[in-house]
Design a protein around this ligand. Structure first.
Ligand SMILES: Cc1cc2nc3c(=O)[nH]c(=O)nc-3n(C[C@H](O)[C@H](O)[C@H](O)COP(=O)(O)OP(=O)(O)OC[C@H]3O[C@@H](n4cnc5c(N)ncnc54)[C@H](O)[C@@H]3O)c2cc1C
Length: 476
């Protein structure tokens, strides 16, 4: 459907803030999923009034509007699947830290790593740390309720949002909460916006809660006989009431990928073993105390363990974790990148399921992730031009999602639904739950203009071609 008349009118009102060049349209047509759908215009609003103008006209002409931050979404939530207009808010990037109150006032387009740097310069810490932090924005993180490695101890984006400001899909300005830590005045629509994937409103600013910067950190690398042993051991550690700041697991295939990418042996003398990387953080006394418990646990639950003795050694260990994901493309040109969650009580069952899934599908399925909150990245690798592999990948993802739900887990822990997870939404939610979500959408966005075609319509993304291009965050 063409929205040429509406676009012409918008252009008359906003002038050069409306771009329609081939290059601008192409750049806004895809996100980190590399699924590409061309919009008709890309708008870079300068003022609140610009956003109201865009949304008012979009409602009048029923033009789809997709809000865009850093464009790093892995689910296609930022790809304008129904065309229309892309509202690029990435230039709204001011950051102000209130060092007395431990709060940060941040515009939606602020890059997460810049927020980290700004708050750390004042002795504060903002824990949510998606691996995309150098590219993703606070607005995008709020819209997807982004997580990261610190989730188990500190929580995810939702746990750090005090207040939000922005626009309803109808173009009206709203503020949910204010810059105070307590707020009990009325319905909590702030939390409705968090994780709404750009479908219930446009976030333009947020007040974020900060915590004191930990004074001490300590890092340990541990190796295990097999994946089930690793996950079982992690469960035992948490049972001891030890809360590591980070607890990252890499299965054997992920370790091999990381070794190829870095050219280094992850754990000399322990080749071919799954590993867990642990980090404790807190005051010096707290870390020293917990360290003794962790070392005792490592003695009786691991095959081998190794402390990092210098900052350089710590960096080397984290490099392994960061590089494993990109290196998986050695195993196949396509990846179904899942971010499921498994309850801790079912860790070993899940490890055995993944071993069987690899065997049955005959596909590499490197799996790594955050054991402190059960959020595991299961990467089904295949070659798109190979019909047998594509079919096996499609079957494997279906079995994965069914198993995760049967084990009491979640089909997504941090990436959201977007387009990629739409075939599985109804495994997680019964018809009443889906209807309730659709009713909320209808109430706030009666004309369905904000990010249509996502979440509820079933889209089988493996049937769509993916762009063959290297994005800034793709590893060499
Ligand atoms: C290499 C890599 C690593 C990643 N690692 C992680 C990780 O560890 N943890 C994790 O959680 N995710 C991760 N992701 C996924 C992605 O970075 C997150 O989903 C992130 O929150 C998206 O932010 P963005 O600014 O790029 O949003 P975009 O991709 O631009 O948009 C994502 C969604 O948010 C909506 N949106 C964006 N801005 C706004 C706004 N201001 N108001 C309303 N809606 C908005 C969009 O419409 C879209 O639906 C990773 C991605 C990559 C490429």
């Amino acid at each position: 459907m063409s929205f040429a008349k509406a676009t012409a009118q918008l252009r008359r009102l906003l002038g050069t803030r409306v771009a329609t060049s081939d290059d601008a349209l192409f750049r806004a047509s895809f996100d980190g999923s590399k699924l590409s759908f061309l919009p008709e215009a890309v708008i870079s609003p300068k003022t609140n009034a610009d956003i109201t103008t865009v949304l008012t006209l979009a409602n009048k002409f029923r033009v789809p509007v997709t809000v865009r931050g850093g464009g790093t979404s892995l689910t296609g939530s930022g790809s304008p699947v129904r065309g229309g207009w892309v509202l690029n808010v990435s230039k709204w990037n001011k950051i102000k830290v209130d060092a007395d109150a431990g709060l940060a006032q941040v515009q939606c387009g602020a890059i997460v790593a810049d927020v980290h740097a700004a708050v750390e310069a004042k002795g504060w810490f903002y824990p949510p740390d998606p691996a995309s932090k150098k590219y993703s924005t606070i607005g995008g993180n709020i819209a997807c309720n982004a997580g990261g490695m610190h989730g188990g101890k500190y929580g995810v984006t939702r746990d750090f949002v005090i207040a939000l400001r922005g626009f309803l899909p109808t173009g009206e300005f709203v503020e949910w909460g204010t810059a105070t830590k307590k707020f009990a005045a009325g319905f909590n629509l702030r939390d409705l916006w968090i994780g709404s994937e750009g479908m219930l409103g446009v976030v333009t600013g947020a007040v974020l809660k900060l915590v004191p910067m930990p004074a001490a950190r300590w890092t340990l690398l541990t190796a295990f006989a097999n994946e089930a042993a690793a996950l079982g051991a992690a469960r035992k550690l948490f049972r001891q009431r030890v809360q590591p700041a980070i607890c990252e697991f890499l299965d054997r295939e992920s370790v091999i990928c990381a070794e190829r990418a870095t050219g280094k042996t992850v754990f000399p003398g322990q080749a071919g073993r799954p590993v867990i990387l642990l980090e404790l953080a807190g005051s010096l006394a707290e870390v020293d105390d917990l360290k003794q418990d962790v070392l005792a646990w490592a003695q009786s639950n691991t095959v081998a363990f190794r402390e990092a003795h210098s900052r350089a050694e710590v960096e080397e260990l984290w490099e392994v974790r960061r590089k494993c994901s990109g290196a998986m493309f050695e195993l196949g040109d396509s990846k179904l990148n899942e971010d499921i969650v498994v309850p801790m009580r079912n860790y070993e069952k899940f490890a055995r399921f993944i071993t069987q899934l690899k065997r049955r599908s005959k596909l590499p399925i490197p799996t790594f992730g955050h054991l402190a909150d059960g959020n595991l990245h299961v990467n089904i690798m295949y070659h798109r031009d190979n019909p047998a592999e594509t079919k096996a990948a499609e079957a494997a993802v279906q079995q994965l999602m069914e198993t995760v739900v049967a084990l009491g887990g979640a089909i997504s822990g941090e990436h959201g639904i977007g387009l990629a997870k739409t075939p599985f939404l109804r495994l997680q939610h019964n018809p009443a739950q889906v209807r309730a979500m659709q009713a909320v959408k209808k109430a706030l966005d009666p004309r369905g203009i904000l990010n249509p075609g996502k979440m509820f319509s079933v889209v089988r993304i493996w049937k769509y071609p993916k762009l063959k291009l290297r994005l800034p965050w793709d590893h060499k």
